[in-house]
Ligand binder design. Structure first.
Ligand SMILES: O=P(O)(O)OC[C@H]1O[C@H](OP(=O)(O)OP(=O)(O)O)[C@H](O)[C@@H]1O
Ligand SMILES: Nc1nc2[nH]cnc2c(=O)[nH]1
Length: 178
């Protein structure tokens, strides 16, 4: 019996850390000390933890909140419906918000989050993702910044899962191509 191939490593833990720090260098001057970071759960958690600590050592120890969204389930394509499993806990009225997520593909998840944050009265919404994938359809809104240009592969690790697997890897890989 042959063993199933694991993910192909695309970017190491060290390269991930460097990319997060470079992103924090660019973002810190754009952020108000009163800004709120909104992490998109579940996948955004690992990136948000690293990015917020990198921002804190750059003079931006920001408030933190989360939105729990799901759209892919156990599939490798967006379902077309973004379900809100849990909303914001604290008011963002009149405050700058930085939404952070692990990966942007169709952009539908980030757009759903943007609408929720705008509806909650944020004065400005910035977005940052770790991995920016090629747009599957034209017209996707780009994030305000991102850490890494990803290939058109299904990614795992650093928050990204394949039906629940591989999320906690410290590096990013891609599932073997069929
Ligand atoms: O740009 P999009 O095509 O919307 O894809 C990006 C979203 O896909 C994943 O979420 P998923 O629905 O898999 O939930 P998860 O955070 O629990 O992994 C990921 O965490 C992003 O939020
Ligand atoms: N795990 C994972 N989730 C995604 N959501 C959108 N693209 C991806 C991807 O490449 N991997």
């Amino acid at each position: 019996m042959t063993e199933a191939a694991g993910p192909e490593r695309l970017i190491s833990e060290t390269e991930v850390a460097r990319a997060v720090n470079d992103l924090a260098d660019r973002l810190a001057p754009r952020l108000s000390p009163d800004a709120v970071v909104v992490c998109l759960l579940t996948g955004g958690l690992w990136f948000a933890a690293d990015l917020t600590r990198a921002l804190a050592v750059r003079g931006r120890p920001l408030a933190f909140d989360a939105l729990w969204l799901t759209a892919y389930g156990d599939k490798t394509r967006h379902s077309g419906i973004t379900t809100v499993l849990a909303g914001l806990r604290r008011p963002v009225l009149g405050r700058q918000v930085l939404i952070v997520d692990d990966v942007l593909e169709s952009g539908l998840s980030l757009e759903a989050a943007r609408r929720l944050v705008q509806a909650a009265g944020a004065s400005e919404v910035l977005t940052a993702v770790f991995a920016l994938k090629p747009a599957p359809t034209p017209g996707r809104r780009p994030p305000d910044d991102f850490a890494w240009t990803a290939p058109d592969r299904f990614l795992v690790g650093y928050g990204m899962d394949a039906a629940g697997a591989h999320r906690t890897l410290p590096w990013i890989g891609a599932l073997p191509q069929a």
